[in-house]
Design a protein around this ligand. Structure first.
Ligand code: SF4
Length: 580
């Protein structure tokens, strides 16, 4: 099935920033601090469940917020509720969306001049309740053009605004009737740009697909409106919260399906629906199964990473001119495979959010996978002790670090006495430790005996592999950022944010490029380094793909990213064939 995903689907900036503010409050929480949101942070029960598990409750009354750190959600609240929260001893963390705050300020300004405010929106919606609070008691809420006729005819100064997620077309109709009734009235189209773009894209998409799937909470007003807009286009529309709400038999009747989502739908939920749809073969399809399943299987089973680590040893041999052997390649592959797989089990919360299909795969094959991973780690240790005693001890340290990565350790802090610390809680630790481990097993461990003879060459090779794998890991972290945020996984994207990580990856690529040119010039590596330069362009392309395709199937982009170290390794192999 062909699935077309709307580029505008998913979190809007206001929701993204409200979540970030809440997660920052969780990170800064001191022992005993109670955190809550005033009303549900977003209309998505899966995200709310995750927040609940991290100790953030959703309170609906002022009394319930008493003495707590209270996050004001993106919709904002009326000023009297804010005062009441202060009086109840709550510490307010303001996550009101900047655009909503602008509308509040506008209503307040006109209300001070004596204007009445007409708000196009849903009367019970939290944003509308908040906006009404700024109108000095002179506001009316309407949501249909015919409601304009019911407005008092004797009003002189009247302002028309909209809830930021209203239907653009309905607002335009109301605007015409409003100006006919109040020629001196002031109209401010306060529908948020992101809502307008999302709705316009859905209308556009409906013209080129057989059916439309809208993903998002059933209580989410903007998601409901998206579904209504799609229905107006005359095609079948499915408003779903998860892929489980879709019937594969029914969906098999369509060959092209469009997918969009409300402003409070996380990326991973959209991706799950997309992957589910992509796995359905249309009824008339008579061809062979696609390669998708094969790629899924290779990625899920960590075969890509194992092959990447093994063949990267060829690139290291080409770069350093030092001998390579099948056994040291196997050592790197066994270590990387074993640790990646075991860590998938240790990090199952994040996996369940980011990629439930993969989590289910690991769950199903848990016993054989864990057994094979342990066997792989033991094999890596056995090969290391054959290489040298130093290699064995270094491998043992790497294995222990890998295992201790998610385990609670004890630390002493002078204010709080003893508390627990996990290596994985150190900011960006995941993104930085993986490349260190890869660089150790592919460059240092196989060449301990040569180290004092060629220290510069080995350090240079370590540096190149470190940068290459750092870029790979940061790119993969991009794909899982929203789930990682929620479960508190310390990746570089969670630590720096998406925009800074984008710049960080570009800077790292530039550093890799400069190193690849300077290294051979200073005699630190063979001119094979120059053969590696095209990998920079491919990584840049992957970065664009990652940022653009966060909503598409993860596995194919992941396979593409994993194939870069494999490609570099194959080039190393060819170089060795030519030069030896
Ligand atoms: S839809 Fe627009 S106004 Fe509403 S929360 Fe999102 S970014 Fe803010």
């Amino acid at each position: 099935m062909k699935v077309i995903v709307a580029e505008t689907a998913g979190f809007c900036n206001g929701v993204k920033s409200a979540l970030e503010v809440t997660l920052e409050a969780i990170q800064k929480r001191r022992n005993g601090d109670a955190i809550c949101t005033f009303g549900p942070l977003i209309h998505n029960r899966h995200v709310l469940d995750m927040l609940e598990r991290r100790g953030v409750s959703s309170e609906s009354s002022i009394e319930g917020c008493s003495g707590k750190k209270v996050v004001i959600r993106a919709h904002g609240i009326p000023p009297e509720q804010r005062r009441a929260l202060h009086q109840a001893g709550a510490v307010i963390v303001n996550a009101t969306c900047k655009r909503v705050a602008k509308v509040q300020a506008m209503i307040k300004r006109y209300a001070n001049k004596g204007y009445h405010t007409v708000i196009v929106g849903d009367e019970d919606h939290a944003e509308v309740v908040g906006l009404m609070g700024y109108a000095k008691g002179r506001s009316v809420v309407i949501n249909l053009p015919e409601h304009v006729e019911g407005l008092p005819g004797d009003w002189r100064d009247v302002l028309l605004v909209a809830q930021t997620t209203q239907n653009e077309e309905i607002f335009r109709e109301i605007e015409k009737m409003f100006l006919a009734r109040y020629p001196a009235g002031i109209v401010k189209n306060t529908i948020c740009g992101s809502t307008q773009e999302r709705q316009a894209e859905v209308r556009q998409l409906c013209r080129s697909v057989d059916a439309m799937v809208i993903v998002g909470g059933y209580q989410s007003g903007n998601t409901v409106r998206l579904a209504e807009i799609a229905r107006e286009c005359g095609i079948p529309v499915y408003h779903v919260e998860t892929e489980n709400d879709l019937s594969p038999q029914e969906m098999a009747g369509y060959s092209r399906v469009g997918v969009s989502a409300g402003a409070s739908t996380p990326n991973w939920m959209i991706r799950n629906v997309v992957r589910f749809l992509e796995s359905i073969q249309p009824e008339y399809f008579t061809g062979q199964p696609t390669w998708n399943k094969v790629i899924d299987l290779l990625a899920y089973s960590n075969v890509f990473v194992a092959v990447g680590a093994a063949i990267l040893a060829c690139a290291v041999a080409a770069l350093t001119g030092l001998p390579s052997s099948f056994s040291t390649s196997a050592m790197a592959a066994f270590y990387v495979f074993g640790m990646h797989t075991l860590n998938r089990y240790l990090d199952h919360h994040a996996l369940q959010l980011n990629d439930p299909a993969r989590a289910a795969f690991y769950q199903k094959w848990q016993v054989p996978f864990v057994a094979v991973s342990i066997a792989a780690v033991l094999a890596a240790l056995w090969i290391a002790q054959n290489v040298s005693l130093s290699a064995f001890w270094a491998m043992l340290i790497l294995v222990l670090l890998g295992i201790l990565y998610g385990a609670p350790l004890i630390r002493a802090t002078w204010q709080q006495g003893l508390s627990t610390l996990k290596i994985k809680d150190i900011p960006a630790s995941k993104t930085l430790l993986i490349p260190v481990a890869w660089a150790c097993v592919t460059t240092v461990l196989p060449h301990f005996s040569h180290f004092w003879q060629f220290p510069g060459t080995i350090v240079f090779a370590f540096w190149i592999v470190f940068l290459l794998v750092l870029i790979r890991t940061a790119l993969l972290d991009f794909l899982d950022v929203q789930g990682d945020y929620l479960v508190g996984r310390e990746t570089i994207v969670v630590f720096l944010g998406e925009a800074k990580t984008n710049r960080f990856i570009k800077a790292t690529l530039a550093l890799l490029g400069v190193s690849l040119v300077i290294g051979p010039a200073f005699g630190l590596g063979a001119s094979f380094a120059l053969w590696m330069l095209p990998s920079i362009g491919i990584n840049l392309w992957c970065l664009t793909m990652c940022r653009k395709n966060l909503l598409k199937g993860n596995v194919h982009i992941e396979a593409l990213i994993e194939s870069i170290p494999i490609g570099v390794g194959v080039l190393g192999f060819l170089w060795l064939l030519v030069h030896r």
